[in-house]
Design a protein around this ligand. Structure first.
Ligand code: MIG
Length: 793
């Protein structure tokens, strides 16, 4: 380490506080506080004059003070909760975190500890052999983030390669897995920061930020769900999005005219390709002025949105942060007169070149700017726009001097108290603050509706405001494959509603790539096909009838899965769990699962093993312990092993946890279609005894009534015995009732007709239930009440 590095030295005084301890080691001070039994906050203040971190990554959750014990033992201070024991050596100051059984969770490097070097603040942590690292937001590369150095600095790079870093999102949070135990580390620092995760094999994680205090949170776990629940309690959870946003989104830069958009929409319906959303990229605007419409190319947006709505489409429009410097443009003038733009140290607003030509950038750090910006969305919503897409919010400047292409680090932002904060401190927050402005504006403008916002840039906590797409990928097989670890780690970083551009943004997709990407895309939490102007179009029919047919099947499958998916969104909303999960999430003790990045779970019961190579018609898939049923054929596989499975071009390898009941919907063209509330519970019993439990969550999918508990939650249980299957469906909890009378239970892949079927204690003649041609047993349960269905052979 550099000789200018000053490691924290001896504590000259120690003061216990109600839930922690403060150590003085002049000029520095160290504060340790237990926020919850499994959540410890550590703050190193190298110089007394350094302000607190900007608070925007945190949610407003209050943590009730946990019970702590505080003692001195052999010259060490011991601060303990029921879950964590923090051992503090005082000369020099070094921390060790242990769990209730005394195992080391995480500890300072004994030599380097934590400290500072001029403006920068550092922590060096011991990296144990066998540890794997996950999270860190939107990163290229493998699922396991160990062995490389990562930077947090929101950045637009085109094209990005498997080694490119950083990208658009900056989420300074990671998880460490070792032998089935997991803990988390969150750096609450908005300056440019670096995570050297043992890149030189020295056995250290070196985390440092280019300014501010060193504030971090140790999340003790020890399971993935516990770490994510805590992390999202700290940084917030995703509100439930409107149901339509779970449908398929079609986008392209650029749909140049209103007619073209109408034509695309019409073609979807004509060809019976399910779709809910059409995105309008920058060409709808008048000279790229935000909150305007092009007078010739989009002369009547109201009519366009209304016509599309009749056909079951919602319109999402792009909004970039740069405001065109144009004295005749009222919105620009308002911002100028009110002093709402980011300034140079001289006091002049900073000018940069982006799509509109010269622009100024709103200073979203200020509440009054956020209000002004949020309210301006009226110009879009009043025309019928349903959702907003934030782009370029790193923010990007085309003509900036450095390779980061953004505002100068010395540019001036102001807090609501009028304090100056330099861009170097606010940069990583810019997308999050724009998201906050937009989300809060949408809530004000449409107080009865759930906002939909999509963003490219963000920081820890972005899940409170927006879904995230992963920016400008390319139509390459490498990017198809890379989307999996990228989305999995975003999910582990608290951002559940995520997806890349299906088909790839730049370059020309081949028909086969398009098929495989639509098949995988049907399982992305955020499912949008998008492509760039100068490259091949990617609407499903543009590749000919075979691709179109296969894309239709993929989309039909997604729409059938919506009841299952929606319940996963509810889990993300209430617990912060990812929707798309790495295998290790559900197989934490399995070292093979811990490095699997070519397959993933959606929720607990679906294991997706997409085809990631051209020409492949079979693939190797690792199935964790347990039994797995092929969704398409009913073939049962024993887990804990690799299996070779068929993967014809027609379908994506898909496995259901044996014993599960999958809630499925009908094939529909869009989520507003009459009949979407039909529900099928499809059973996948497997070949041996099992017990399975699940939940079905439903609500109106559109309003905010769910925040007041207007929803329906239903327990599902399946017990499989040698010659008997029992399905128990609980009574709906909560006041919401979907518009349907019955729930259809389906048992596919029936080898032989059952001897007896009993519903709620009464025998039902089996002959009427069996569809022999399709080897399917079907029983209708009434929507109301609790039910018990027994099938015996
Ligand atoms: O400079 O609005 O990532 O999705 O189509 C490129 C045009 C600006 C970048 C976004 C992309 C979008 C494009 N934008």
């Amino acid at each position: 380490m550099d000789p200018a590095y000053r490691a924290l030295g001896r504590a000259q005084s120690v003061r216990w506080t109600s839930t922690g301890v403060v150590l003085e080691a002049p000029p520095a001070r160290l504060e340790i506080r237990c926020l919850a039994p499994d959540l410890i906050r550590v703050e190193l203040i190298p110089r007394p004059d350094l302000p607190e971190p900007l608070p925007f990554s945190r949610s407003e959750t209050e943590f009730p003070p946990p019970a702590v014990t505080q003692e001195e033992q052999d010259g060490r201070l011991i601060l303990a909760t029921e879950a964590v024991r923090v051992e503090i050596e005082t000369d020099p100051i070094r921390l060790t975190f242990r769990d209730g059984e005394g195992r080391v969770i995480d500890r300072d490097d004994p030599e380097l500890g934590m400290g500072w070097r001029y403006e920068t603040v550092h922590t060096f942590r011991q990296a144990q052999p066998g540890e794997r690292v996950y999270g860190l937001g939107e990163k290229t590369g493998h699922l396991d983030k160990r062995g490389r150095r990562w930077t947090m600095w929101a950045r637009d790079v085109l094209p990005h390669l498997p080694t490119t870093d950083p990208l658009y999102q900056a989420i300074p949070f990671y998880l460490v897995w070792k032998e089935g135990r997991v803990h988390g580390f969150f750096l609450e620092n908005t300056f440019r920061s670096h995570f050297d995760m043992d890149s030189d094999g020295s056995g250290r994680y070196h985390i440092w930020a280019e300014g501010g205090r060193l504030v971090y949170y140790l999340l003790a776990g020890p399971t993935f769900p516990q770490v994510l629940e805590r992390y999202t309690q700290l940084t917030g959870r995703m509100p439930l999005p409107p149901r339509w946003s779970l449908g398929y989104h079609q986008s392209r830069w650029g749909y140049l005219t209103q007619q073209e958009v109408a034509e695309v929409a019409r073609t979807f319906r004509e060809r019976r390709l399910p779709c809910d959303v059409i995105h309008l990229d920058i060409d709808y605007m008048d000279g790229f002025r935000v909150f305007t419409w092009h007078p010739n190319r989009f002369p009547d947006p109201e009519a366009l949105c209304a016509r599309l709505k009749e056909q079951g489409f919602r319109v999402v429009t792009i909004v970039d942060p740069g405001v065109k410097k144009d004295p005749s443009y009222a919105f620009f003038q308002e911002g100028l007169e009110a002093g709402l733009y980011v300034e140079a140290p001289s006091g002049e607003p900073v000018t940069g070149q982006v799509w509109p030509g010269e622009v100024h950038f709103p200073d979203f750090l200020q509440e009054r700017t956020r209000r002004w910006w949020g309210d301006a969305h009226r110009a879009l919503l009043d025309r019928g726009v349903a959702g907003i897409w934030n782009d370029m919010n790193e923010p990007v400047i085309f003509d900036a001097r450095d390779e980061d292409r953004t505002l100068p680090e010395t540019a001036v932002h102001r807090t609501d108290q009028g304090e100056v904060r330099q861009h170097r401190e606010v940069h990583n927050l810019y997308g999050l603050l724009m998201g906050k402005a937009t989300y809060e504006g949408l809530r004000r403008l449409r107080p009865e509706e759930r906002p939909f916002l999509l963003t490219r840039s963000g920081f820890a906590g972005i899940q409170r405001y927006a879904a995230v797409w992963t920016g400008d990928n390319s139509s390459w097989w490498e990017h198809l494959a890379m989307s999996i670890p990228m989305l999995l780690n975003l999910g582990l970083s608290g951002v559940a509603f995520v997806g890349p551009d299906i088909g790839g943004f730049s370059e020309d997709a081949t028909p086969e790539l398009m098929v495989r990407w639509m098949q995988l895309g049907a399982f992305y939490p955020f499912c949008r096909n998008h492509s760039a102007k100068t490259f091949r179009r990617q609407e499903p029919w543009t590749f000919g009838p075979e691709v179109e047919a296969l894309a239709r099947e993929a989309l039909e499958l997604r729409y059938q899965l919506l009841p299952y998916l929606y319940t996963r969104f509810w889990e993300a909303h209430t617990r912060g769990w990812p929707i798309m999960r790495p295998l290790v999430w559900h197989a934490p003790d399995d070292p093979v699962a811990a490095r699997t990045e070519d397959a993933f779970f959606v929720g607990a019961d679906l294991l997706v093993a997409p085809v990631l190579q051209p020409g492949a018609r079979e693939r190797l898939v690792y199935l964790p312990q347990g039994e797995w049923v092929d969704f398409w054929t009913g073939t049962c596989y024993e887990g804990g092993a690799h299996q070779v499975v068929e993967a014809p071009l027609e379908r994506i390898p898909l496995f259901v946890r044996a014993g599960a009941a999958l809630p499925l919907g009908p094939v529909i063209q869009h989520t507003g279609e009459a009949g979407w509330a039909r529900l099928i519970l499809r059973l996948f019993p497997g070949t041996r005894p099992s017990r399975w439990q699940g939940t079905l969550y439903e609500d109106d999918g559109a309003s905010l009534a769910y925040e007041q508990g207007v929803s329906s939650r239903r327990s599902l249980q399946v017990t499989v015995e040698t010659d008997r299957l029992l399905l128990e469906v609980g009574e709906p909890q909560g006041p919401y009732r979907p518009d349907r009378e019955v729930i259809q239970v389906e048992l596919p892949f029936l080898a032989e007709p059952p001897r007896q079927v009993r519903l709620d204690g009464r025998a039902v003649p089996t002959a009427t239930l069996v569809d022999r041609e399709r080897n399917l047993l079907r029983v209708a349960l009434s929507q109301e009440g609790a039910h018990r269905l027994e099938i015996a052979w």
